[in-house]
Design a protein around this ligand. Structure first.
Ligand SMILES: Nc1ncnc2c1ncn2[C@@H]1O[C@H](COP(=O)(O)OP(=O)(O)O)[C@@H](O)[C@H]1O
Ligand SMILES: [Mg+2]
Length: 1018
């Protein structure tokens, strides 16, 4: 035994499949399950959740045991590999909640207990990752739970698939298409209170993001006969009861209906209009709501309900024979309502229901019908309009589900088709239904059992074929061209002459009589003969024997509607009826295809559709015949297990590589092969123990990886940023340098050309030099008139500089002058005079410059008032103490020198010793040395006593005042060596000036006045 073990990245342990080597013959051992339970405690409490894990996998008993055990614990799902076996619980289980859906979403298939959601999710995920199309085939007999399963899958997608607000509408329509189709296409049967009486294949379209964006429904052969006839314990289609129960009062009265199903012949044949398990009133509300979501207009609904009501009215039409044996309508009420609701002319309708138009050569003749034929015609109309309205309904829903954009989409198809059906009396419908189930079984065999085994053999894998029943032989019996039952039926329908159901039966005996799966009373052996009627034939289907009553086969296969009735309907004012019955149909002379052939062809194309997609399978099992929860009918279930081929399927799965994937995919996902389940369980246990460590290790590694990735990303980004920034800097720098080079070059050029007159080469340079010089000059401007410094100008600016200097000096001078006070002005004028006289001539002058002249050295108060009186009120301009030397002995006497406006006076106390009129002043002499001697030369007249020899402390001041008052500046003389002076009365003396260590004035031995003065400091 081989088990295949995989450890996908998320650490979920998967069991994919198991394989039994054919030489191992194992006994049924109940306790093996117990051992396994021990190993799978955590995940699987009851039995095994995958039949592949049954050690005694060849034992049907073990299989049933496992199924029962689980069923009793409400575990209705079990896998055989990837196939899901589902047992109808007949009670609400708490496993379809949104939480459950979320739980299964995106989780690996075998990680959680078996569930429809796992199948749905698996198909969805493979579709998203491999971008291919899928279908989920739900099979099982009537009442096994197929329709419920398909609805649950649809709900799962609606809840878990990503969606947008826009797509909500699509989602709602997908979901709500179900109640509408069920109302019109489902009915209560003995097997199932909500039995689908049509086949349904629904494509859900997904966009590349995995969001459901649209859908398309294909419907197969609705069981129209139910409209006019129901077996005991069965009902007509739900919509009739829903309308009567739930329909608003106004609506019913508009339709001419009464709220009582018992009043309608088409609703009472089964004698169970009211069923405890069905809430028609409530269902009506759901259907009404669905209509509004699926884009039905009020007009559409008016027409639609008009048709439903018309069918009910039709059923109540009764015919009676007139005197000629022709049928006439007994009561006019119903026909009036029909004429109103279908928008057809009353009398034409009346005529059409009681007559038949026969074409005799080129003529058309109306032939009256007898009562039986009239009833037949009535039922034919009812079936035809209901059947075609159903097709219209499907198209309408398709229109609202259609996705208009042309981008590529992937699909998941849901096939929920009527299940295998065996009734007390089986007719043409059961024949078609069971044929359909044969075809689907064929598909399953082709795609799994057969294909798989053939592949192993082809690949040379050691393989002992697993026998299984291939139902191709039955399919051929039904569908083979010319030889099959359908061909024979068609032939009988089309051939001229009196063909009847019995002649059909005879043809069958003749042509397929020797087929192993075909029996009639005539062909049967003694034992079976009893159970077959003369009008019956029996087929040995894959799922069991079914005896069909041939009565009605021809009629149903022909599905004839009299031409005149068709004409009436083509002209209907009811929009739906008009759409369903096109005038073009009347023109066509070709016989329409028979019902069975149409059905056969549509099945063929369905099989083609399915073959091009990846399959998933759900096999539904009905646990008992009584719709009873918890009841596990061993016999019934064993039978289903058998005909569904589940044991064979299990054996092939166990033996083979049931996990069928492209080699590359497989290799990518699969890590370990395990030979025995026990090893697997031990591995699983070990895994449970080590899981956490492994997880944390992986997590650490993973986090490390993430961290590293993150770091490298950041590093890369940083390097990039750095490079960019450096680039920016470098460019900036280069720009700066280019700029600098240009500036320098310009500067050099300017420098070379600086001496030229202004030209483009040197303008900037010159301007710069000017600017620089002027700016510098600003800080070096002389601050006062005495500051003679001046910033050396560059050669090109010499001229300007000179002008500027002049301006500057002028300014300074002006400023200086403005700041000079009148007193200071006088001083300065005096100093200027002093300078003119003494500068460079007399020693001590330099030192005297900074000593200011006093206005006077003596105040008027220091002068005797008598003297002041003597000078006769002349204002004293200057007075100073002096030393006077006598003209004879040169004796030194202290005197005052007083100067007025007109004269100078030599004063002794209160006496004026000598007055010198300025007008008579002949000269003023001083030496060039550093003494205070001044000689005032006077004219020779009697009054004058001779020249005055004075020594004053402030020689420059005194002399200046004197000569200025006398206005005789040019009479002042600075002599060198000696000078001559007059000593009154015509005598003259000499005065000698020398330099000595001690200043001294004395009369020398030679009688000359000698003045010794200090060597002046340089
Ligand atoms: N998973 C389920 N949970 C509860 N009840 C179910 C489930 N599946 C089926 N049923 C019951 O069985 C009945 C028949 O199921 P349905 O799907 O209509 O059968 P089918 O389509 O195979 O004929 C349903 O009406 C419902 O009452
Ligand atoms: Mg169904």
């Amino acid at each position: 035994m081989f088990l295949l073990y995989s450890a996908p990245p998320d650490l979920t342990v998967h069991l994919f499949s198991s394989m039994t080597l054919s030489h191992e013959k194992e006994e049924v051992e109940d306790n093996t399950d117990i051992i396994m339970e021990g190993a799978l405690i955590a995940r699987d409490r009851v039995g095994v959740q995958d039949f592949v894990l049954l050690d005694s996998h060849t034992s049907e008993a073990a299989f049933l045991n496992n199924l029962r055990k689980r069923y009793q614990e409400n575990l209705i799902y079990t896998y055989i590999g990837t196939l899901l076996v589902s047992v109808n619980p007949y009670k609400e289980l708490d496993i379809y909640t949104v939480t459950q859906m979320q739980l299964y979403r995106g989780v690996n298939f075998f990680e959680l207990p078996p569930h429809l959601y796992a199948i749905a999710d698996n198909a969805y995920r493979v579709m998203c990752s491999e971008y291919n199309n899928h279908f989920i085939l739900i099979s099982g007999e009537s009442g096994a739970g197929k329709t419920e399963a398909s609805k649950k899958i649809l709900q799962y997608y609606a809840v878990t698939c990503p969606t947008t607000e826009q797509l909500q509408v699509v989602r709602d329509r997908l979901l709500l298409s179900n109640p509408v189709l069920e109302a019109f296409g489902n009915a209560k049967t003995l097997r199932n209170d909500n039995s689908s009486r049509f086949g349904k294949y629904m494509d859900i379209q997904f966009d590349f993001k995995g969001a459901p964006v649209g859908g398309h429904i294909l419907s197969y052969l609705i069981e129209k006969s139910r409209v006019v006839h129901q077996n005991h314990g069965e009902r007509n289609f739900h919509i009739f009861y829903q309308l009567l129960e739930g329909g608003e009062k106004d609506l019913l009265s508009w339709l001419g209906l009464e709220r009582n199903p018992q009043k309608y012949a088409y609703l009472v044949q089964g004698r169970c209009a009211k069923v405890f398990s069905i809430n028609d009133k409530n269902d009506w509300k759901i259907v009404r709501k669905a209509f509004s979501i699926i884009d039905f207009t009020e007009k559409d609904l008016e027409h639609l309900f008009g048709i439903v009501a018309s069918v009910l009215h039709l059923g109540n039409i009764q015919f009676e024979e007139d005197s000629n044996g022709h049928a006439i309508i007994r009561n006019g009420t119903q026909i009036k309502w029909i004429s109103k609701l279908l928008g057809v002319h009353l009398s034409i309708l009346q005529e059409a229901l009681t007559h038949r138009k026969i074409e005799a050569r080129s003529e058309e003749v109306l032939s009256p019908l007898n009562v039986d034929l009239a009833f037949y015609a009535r039922d034919a109309v009812a079936k035809a309009i209901y059947g075609r309205t159903f097709t219209w309904l499907v198209n309408k829903i398709n229109g609202s589900l259609a996705n208009k954009d042309s981008t590529r989409k992937t699909v998941i198809g849901l096939l929920d088709i009527y299940g295998f059906e065996v009734l007390d009396t089986n007719s043409f419908e059961q024949f078609c239904i069971n044929y359909c189930n044969e075809k689907l079984q064929q598909l399953l065999i082709e795609m799994t059992l057969k294909a798989e085994q053939e592949e192993y053999e082809m690949e040379g894998i050691e393989w002992e074929p697993i026998p299984y029943f291939n139902n191709k032989i039955i399919c051929d019996l039904v569908e083979q061209k010319h030889k099959g039952i359908i061909s024979i039926l068609d032939e009988e329908c089309l051939r001229p002459g009196e063909a009847t159901d019995l002649s059909f039966l005879e043809k069958l005996e003749e042509k397929v009589g020797d087929h192993a799966h075909f029996v009639t009373r005539k062909l049967a052996d003694q034992k079976t003969r009893k159970s077959i009627d003369w009008v019956d034939f029996r087929l040995l289907h894959y799922a069991g024997e079914v005896t069909y009553c041939a009565v009605g086969f021809l009629e149903k296969n022909n599905d004839l509607l009299y031409r005149n009735l068709k004409e009436v309907l083509c002209n209907s004012k009811n929009g739906i009826v008009r759409e369903c019955f096109l005038l073009s149909e009347l023109d066509s002379r070709r016989r329409p295809e028979t019902v069975a052939t149409q059905f056969k062809n549509s099945l063929m194309s369905l099989i083609e559709i399915l073959m091009s997609k990846e399959p998933s399978y759900v096999r539904c099992i009905k646990p008992n015949e009584n719709k009873e929860p918890g009841k596990f009918d061993d016999c019934l279930i064993r039978h289903q297990v058998k005909y569904l081929g589940l044991m064979e399927h299990l054996r092939v799965r166990r033996a083979g590589f049931a996990y069928r994937r492209k080699y590359e995919h497989f290799l990518q996902r699969t890590k370990i092969f395990i030979r025995f389940p026990k090893t697997l369980f031990a591995t699983e246990d070990a895994f449970e123990i080590r899981k956490h460590l492994l997880v944390s290790r992986l997590q650490a590694k993973y986090k490390g990886r993430l961290g590293k990735r993150d770091y490298q990303k950041k590093r890369k980004a940083a390097i990039k940023l750095e490079a960019c920034w450096r680039g920016v800097l470098a460019r900036k720098e280069a720009k700066k340098r280019t700029w600098a080079v240009q500036i320098i070059r310009k500067f050099i050029k300017g420098f070379i050309n600086r001496k030229k007159p202004l030209c483009p080469e040197n303008t900037e340079f010159v301007r710069l030099v000017q600017y620089k010089y002027l700016m510098k000059l600003r800080d070096h401007i002389p601050r006062n008139v005495l500051d003679k410094s001046w910033l050396q100008p560059p050669s090109i600016l010499e001229e300007i500089s000179e002008m500027l200097q002049k301006i500057c000096i002028r300014n300074l001078v002006q400023k200086y002058c403005r700041g000079v006070t009148p007193e200071r002005k006088v001083q300065l004028q005096q100093k200027a005079v002093t300078s003119a006289i003494f500068r460079g001539k007399k020693e001590g002058y330099q030192q005297s410059i900074n000593l200011p002249f006093a206005d006077t050295r003596l105040k008027e108060t220091d002068i005797s008032p008598k003297v002041l009186q003597l000078i006769q009120g002349e204002k004293v301009k200057y007075a100073t103490p002096v030393v006077k030397y006598d003209r004879n002995g040169f004796k030194a006497r202290e005197r005052l020198l007083v100067l007025t406006q007109s004269s100078a006076y030599v004063v002794e106390m209160a006496k004026i010793k000598q007055k010198i009129d300025y007008a008579t002043l002949k000269g003023i002499s001083t030496s060039n040395l550093c003494d205070g001697i001044v000689v005032i030369h006077v004219p020779e007249d009697n009054k004058q006593k001779g020249d005055v020899i004075l020594q004053c402390e402030h020689i420059f001041e005194t002399v200046t005042k004197l000569c200025m008052l006398a206005n005789k500046q040019n009479l002042v003389k600075v002599v060198k060596g000696s000078l001559r002076f007059r000593i009154g009365s015509g005598k003259e003396g000499t005065m000698v000036f020398t330099v000595g260590p001690e200043p001294h004035v004395f009369k020398a031995k030679d009688g000359q006045l000698t003045v010794v003065s200090n060597q002046a400091k340089s």
